[in-house]
Design a protein around this ligand. Sequence first.
Ligand SMILES: *Cc1c(COP(=O)(O)O)cnc(C)c1O
Length: 376
Amino acid sequence: MNEIRMVDLSTQYKKMKSEIDSAIHNVLDSTAFIKGPEVKKFEEELATYLNVKHVIGCANGTDALQIAMMALNLKPGDEVITASFTYVATAEAIALLKLTPVLVDVYPNTFTIDVEAVEKAITPKTKAIVPVHLFGQAADMEPLMNLAKKHNLFIIEDVAQAIGCDYTFSNGKKVKTGTIGDIGCTSFFPSKNLGCYGDGGALFTNDDTLAEKIKMIANHGQSVQYYHDEIGVNSRLDSIQAAILRIKLKQLDAYAEARNHAAAYYDSAFVKHLNITIPARFSKSNHVFHQYTLKIEGASRDELRNYLQSKNIPAMIYYPVPLHMQKAYSNNRYKPGDFPVTEQLCKSVISLPMHTELNEEQLNIITQSVLSFFNK
Ligand SMILES: *Cc1c(COP(=O)(O)O)cnc(C)c1O
């Protein structure tokens, strides 16, 4: 049996090694390493897949968020509302631009941003909302879009963990997450659902003017070489990564299916267990299971993690510390107890191995090990 890993990129690579290797070699032969045809083709293919007008590659997901906020002309002191239960990159990009991250709590079942809490946090300084489609499921976009409209706010979707996931509007229309707000930002970090073999990221938008601005900012603020209209950054997706992503994009739906298969196996093992809450499914979204995250109650989550580790089964805590209690972000604005749902989640969640290569034998060992912890 293959070693059980949180993410098994090695087994996945072996299945498409010849295709990947030859794509990399083609780029090497072409020497079009930066802004080559592979990048353009990948951007077009991803735009078609997502049904969005523009995809603009960049160096990573954190840059994508930063570039999005620069493109929307957000200025120091502007407030940007996001969830306290997320990866740090979301708030980091906001803070780096000297905007004010305004954190709010999340829903206890789906772990995504609490729309009522967002509404309460809106002030005259609020300029944007950054919903995070956490763990592979959509945030509740329709009421967020309504709020944004009512208060004249931008929406930047952080879709680093949920590329390919659909959100269903009340009229029945299904739309890919990341293409609903003004700008969607994603990451192609190797362990993401669509991951490359290094760093990479992209922005999505249906707005032609914004797309031009994003391209310009990501390329030193120039649209004509050596004529710099704005202060920009240097943030590019490179051709080797784009060539790899073109191959993996064709598998993205199959990957989501494999992840759902593993999730269903986990679900059926844990659904009746009194100490375990399986991941809730949000009625307005499918789940692409970037993470499979349990809530543990009435037992020690940390002891469970150690127990699994002793059996060579990795498990991770996403996330152990809420953003409002991180040293870098816990300014005078916040105190422990402000976001009880987030704080409770940080104490009770545990994520099990989740990737495209989990087989029945591995799933059986993982589930049996989790269950045996409670029967010790
Ligand atoms: C991974 C991730 C990012 C950042 O992506 P990088 O490519 O690592 O910079 C941003 N937001 C969320 C929610 C993520 O999971």
